[in-house]
Design a protein around this ligand. Structure first.
Ligand SMILES: [Zn+2]
Ligand SMILES: [Zn+2]
Length: 261
């Protein structure tokens, strides 16, 4: 398995001289394994993604906040009719999912109704994916703690396991469920938008802290924790400073980063 990070900034694309190294694109993570190319969210980082020719291409949406969907119509490869692209989310069945994306990308919000125009976009229920590809990889999901809801995912293939937990406001009573969900995971993506010092004023905003991620990692036995959803205002220099306190096995996500799993 290989994880490619195309966007790890939270909330809004944040491009400046101060965000060059960690990147300013919003959430888009790509997992390549076997015949599959699975994307977790299509934030602005999705714009430069290249589709593999013979790959089955799937997007699993965590939720519909704009930073997780806004890149969808800016990727050139989805305009190639030969590129079948399956869109799915554990957060809803396919009809409301299609309706939500069509509303966002049409009418007063967007100039072209791409959901209607692009016939190569296929909407699926998560149960259909679980059953349809169950002999090739094991897909699981759980509900995260986020305003409006969000879904976390795990993919198990060839004894390697990846978990995507973004966006999530960690609470202590989640601990057992999250630990069980991430059991024996090789790589977990964690929402570390805030520092512990910032978290108090941001209760209910739907995000966790970097320190909560470190504590989770230390109790979990997972192989590696990758912290993303960086706050829009967090500069490269600030992330470098914070990185000094990360234990071995925990790192900050960067746009363009690749992780072998
Ligand atoms: Zn977000
Ligand atoms: Zn969100």
């Amino acid at each position: 398995m290989r994880l490619s990070i195309h966007g790890c900034r939270g909330s809004i694309p944040s491009c400046s001289n101060d965000t060059v190294r960690y990147g300013g694109n919003t959430s888009c993570y790509e997992l390549n394994f076997g015949d599959f190319q699975v994307f977790f969210d299509t934030g602005s980082g999705f714009r430069t993604v290249k589709f593999g020719k013979d790959k089955t291409k799937i997007c699993l949406y965590s939720h519909w906040h704009h930073d997780h969907i806004q890149g969808l119509p800016f990727n050139a490869d989805i305009f190639n009719p030969a590129n079948e692209f399956t869109i799915c989310s554990a957060l809803s069945t396919k009809r409301p999912l299609r309706h939500t994306l069509q509303t966002y990308f049409s009418g007063g919000y967007f100039p072209v109704d791409i959901i209607t125009t692009l016939k190569n976009l296929n909407f699926a229920n998560i149960s259909e994916l679980q059953q349809g590809f169950g002999d090739q990889f094991k897909l699981d999901w759980l509900e995260l703690n986020h305003p409006g809801g969000a879904a976390g995912y795990s993919v198990l293939h060839d004894c390697r396991k990846f978990c995507y937990l973004c966006d999530n406001e960690y609470e202590d009573d989640q601990s057992d469920r999250l630990l069980e969900f991430c059991l024996n995971a090789d790589v977990v993506v964690w929402d570390g938008m805030f520092t512990q010092a910032e978290l108090g004023a941001k209760k209910g905003w739907g995000h966790s802290s970097i320190e909560q991620g470190i504590r989770f990692f230390e109790h979990s036995g997972i192989g590696r924790l990758v912290i993303g959803h960086h706050a829009p205002s967090r500069t490269d220099a600030q992330l470098d400073d914070l990185a000094n306190y990360l234990p071995t096995g925990v790192s900050f996500a960067m746009d363009g980063m690749e992780v072998e799993i």
